[in-house]
Design a protein around this ligand. Sequence first.
Ligand SMILES: *Cc1c(COP(=O)(O)O)cnc(C)c1O
Length: 404
Amino acid sequence: MINVQEIRKDFPILSRSVNGKPLVYFDNAATSQTPNQVVDVIVDYYHNYNANIHRGVHSLSQEATDKYEAARIKIQQHFNAAKSHEIIFTSGTTHGINLVANGFSALLEKGDEIIVSALEHHSNIVPWQMLCERTGAVLKVIPMTEEGTLDMVTFEAVLSEKTKLVFCNHVSNALGTINPIETIIEKAHAVGAAVLIDGAQASPHIKADVQALDVDFYVVSAHKMCGPTGAGMLYGKEAWLQKLPPYQGGGEMIAEVTFEKTTYADLPHKFEAGTPNICGGIAFGAAIDYMNSVGFDTIATYEDELLQYATEKLSTIAGLRIYGPNDHKAAVISFNIEGIHPYDMGVILDKLGIAVRTGHHCAQPIMDFYNIPGTVRASFAFYNTKEEIDILFEGVVRAKNMLS
Ligand SMILES: *Cc1c(COP(=O)(O)O)cnc(C)c1O
């Protein structure tokens, strides 16, 4: 059993007011809140051992390096990677995807095919379109269904010997759909294609095991799992990371530099040019510790309860439509009320202290599919409560009466 009132004490921001009302924070799919345990680690870094890593012989540098590398191992263990050098620190999901897409420029030829799902965040679409422009590869799409799930029959029809890479999110940030990535990985591997899974939205709800999934690349952002912004990780199978050329050149990523020829450092440093977000990486490790102390099974069970409660309650409002699957989804509710623009709904909810996201959620193709300008999205975390959902319900009813 989760003790939400105790957990909420770890998040002082949850006790503040917004527009004179107690904050109800339902924008967790955009970024999660940061507990004291993580903020303390950030403060400790700058108070006590701020130094550049991997270079200095002095003690502070050694201390910072040790903590940074310890965080890498924490992340490795959390996602069950076989080797710590398969974990590359990034600035977030977007960075991780661009790193891989850039590397594939060297591996693709004209006429090769790569496959994207229709449920993607723009950050898992645009870097691949840029890759196609550079290489002449062709981008194919796994279409979506009215229920907000992937059309797996068409996926199999699109897959062929020409397919070199498939990329898809684990959980859709716009709809909450949990995608059948096990099947996608298996089918893609059967034709010799590699798979990148965007785990940004799954990581706060589901503990992914990259070895069990047999996935080639898995990317996440720390700020969606109680960590700081500007930090994240790319997991890549060792063989793939060795095959990919470096993304950025600079300090830290070299073995030897002369003007004739530069040789690159071993993994993971080959992909970590320049001074990284040292504090962010260490705090990411602390965020993983925090989430594991609550427990991912506990989180999943409780968030599911919140999701069911909110779905039932909001469904009683006439004219309200929820987009996405009815079951098997993460704690995201994307909805509209007939005749009301999502932005107008968002503005009124904000006046009531309720933070939701409105708009296309960086997933315009999904909005185009439904032929809508956007949705109102309420996304829940383990520190939210049913009382907050009641406040959302009353707010939506009030906004509806005001706007229609
Ligand atoms: C948030 C999100 C991203 C982008 O993450 P950044 O932290 O902005 O790089 C990509 N994909 C999904 C599914 C997301 O939810």
